[in-house]
Write a protein that binds this ligand. Structure first.
Ligand SMILES: *[C@@H]1O[C@H](CO)[C@@H](O)[C@H](O)[C@H]1NC(C)=O
Length: 237
């Protein structure tokens, strides 16, 4: 008997509670509906300063954050390792310039350029138009692009270089893309781990639209490598 009364009381209580909840919800909805938002930015807009919207152009300049990558790059570019490697690349490019195949106004593409040592080396030599690409970008020297599927037009460059031909997943595809973006009479220059004449011939064979110019043993920060210089002919295309 007592339990039934209690059940009834609980029942009544719950019903009152739900009526109250419905009333509160309706009231809230009405208030929300009547309220015109004073901004399109959601109230929980990110508090991160670099994601804040500028209120005016003055505000933008004053709150513009110092890009963390600037700091990182400055630290990287002043490091001894960076400069040693950069110098090492310069020594590899200088003979090509002496051959008259690399000019300050050459348009150059560096494939699989990593952090961009070769890009920086070419820029320091005086080349103005150098593009570096890699699967992972390292701004501002290297942008993101798959070397097997380059986002450039045919014949867009005078000179293409890679120090990582060995690491290409599909060497034939890599070579074909490299040649495609270089104009006829331009240069494909690749570095591979030190190898002999037979391997050099095998690599040159992958560049179906280029002719072999020369190869030499070079030293890249203490690593023995072979450089292969080719000129694009595009006769068969
Ligand atoms: C190329 O640029 C470098 C650096 O700016 C300069 O020292 C050099 O004289 C230039 N070479 C030519 C041929 O203009």
């Amino acid at each position: 008997m007592r339990t039934t009364t209690m059940d009834k009381e609980i029942d009544t209580f719950l019903r009152k509670l739900s009526i109250g909840a419905i009333a509160i919800a309706s009231l809230t909805l009405t208030i929300l509906f009547l309220q015109t938002p004073d901004t399109c930015v959601p109230p929980e807009a990110p508090s991160k300063p670099h994601l804040r919207f500028p209120k005016s152009s003055c505000d933008f300049t004053s709150t513009r954050p110092h890009l963390p990558s600037d700091k990182k790059n400055n630290r990287l570019w002043s490091s001894r390792d960076w400069n040693t490697k950069l110098h090492s690349f310069s020594l590899i490019f200088l003979p090509i310039r002496d051959l008259g195949l690399l000019h300050n106004n050459s348009k150059i593409l560096c494939l699989s350029a990593g952090a961009g040592h070769e890009v920086a080396a070419l820029q320091r030599l005086g080349v103005e138009d150098v593009t570096g690409v890699e699967l992972f970008d390292s701004p501002p020297l290297v942008s993101r692009a798959d070397p097997h599927n380059l986002p450039f037009f045919d014949d867009a460059f005078d000179f293409a270089f890679t120090a990582r031909f060995d690491e290409a997943l599909f060497p034939a595809r890599f070579a074909a893309e490299m040649e495609r973006v270089v104009r006829a009479g331009g240069v494909c220059f690749v570095l591979v781990g030190e190898c002999g004449a037979y391997e050099v011939r095998e690599i040159v064979r992958l560049f179906r639209n280029s002719r072999f110019v020369s190869s030499s043993n070079v030293n890249l920060i203490g690593i023995r490598m072979t450089s292969i210089l080719m000129r694009t002919t595009k006769s068969s295309s």
